[in-house]
Design a protein around this ligand. Sequence first.
Ligand code: SF4
Length: 359
Amino acid sequence: MIPDRRPTRRVYVGAVPLGDGTPITVQSMTNTDTRDVTATLSQVRALRAAGAAIVRVGVPDMESARSLRAICAQSPVPVVADIHFDHRLALASLEAGVAKVRLNPGNLSEGGAQQVVEAAARRGVPIRVGANSGSLPKDIRRDLGTGPEALAEAALGQIRILERADFEDIVVSVKASDVTTTVRANEILAEKTDYPLHLGITEAGTPRRGTIRSSVGIGYLLGRGIGDTVRVSLTADPVLEVEAGLEILRAWNLAPGGLRIISCPTCARCRVDLLPVAQGVEDALEGVEGNLTVAIMGCEVNGPGEARAADVGLCCGRGGGVLVKRGRILRRVAEEDMIAELVDLVHRVLEEDAGNRDA
Ligand code: SF4
């Protein structure tokens, strides 16, 4: 089952659509020095290889903005410029060819904001506006505090500025490090706007905690049909952010093309060290596209039954295991061949399915 999606407008980040029922994308942000084109491009490529559809880069100064020309020209994915207070950096980034700009027009001078909006409109480049709990405007903090209503109102205020300038190519995000605040703020926005929403829990933390916190917050919203693109923020290699984001999408069957690999928690019936087997299968199938669920189970007694919902399975026993295809046991395989045999079976089933679709 796939959650029903909230209807939104459609926005294009380069060739990548956001919203309006188009596939939910995973994005990340580089943590290299943007002035270092080689290092930044290398990280952009790594993020793309991990499954990122869009990559954001920080633009803290003019030299970074100038580097964007080479980065955008060679990037395999649309590049988003992250700008804070200087409209000249936004103009230079647009000039360099970015596919989206993340900034709040309310943080720029009125004239500067107008120039950015005009330049973005001319190029068909969307603007992401939003609010973080750590950087709410003073008047909003005074009137509404720092809760979800304040976050949503801050984002709505930025939207109104763009709409007054006749600019509606907008993506919105509201993020707090508190999951409940983020969830509620996004629910308010989902009621009040129909722009695509970018989901994330900000400053989520180290890989383990941050992934869990993001999964709870982003996952809850996606399950309610809210959200059009996601970024998991981790204090870690951003490739981990992309992997976590994709896994959250897979949990809701929202990641088209990705294999779903599941494995049992093991119990007293398990007679093999299942983790290396499951990890080996995961590694061997990394990057393989296809709509299949692959199960790796710890015993041959309950495994086939528990893996019934999977398309392809390996149920391990002492010294080997049995291969299962759509509920049917195929044959026994030796322990040393288990991973290779399962991977081979996955490829064969993918080919068969493709053949059946073409027939
Ligand atoms: S598949 Fe077997 S080993 Fe795994 S949890 Fe179930 S009974 Fe235990």
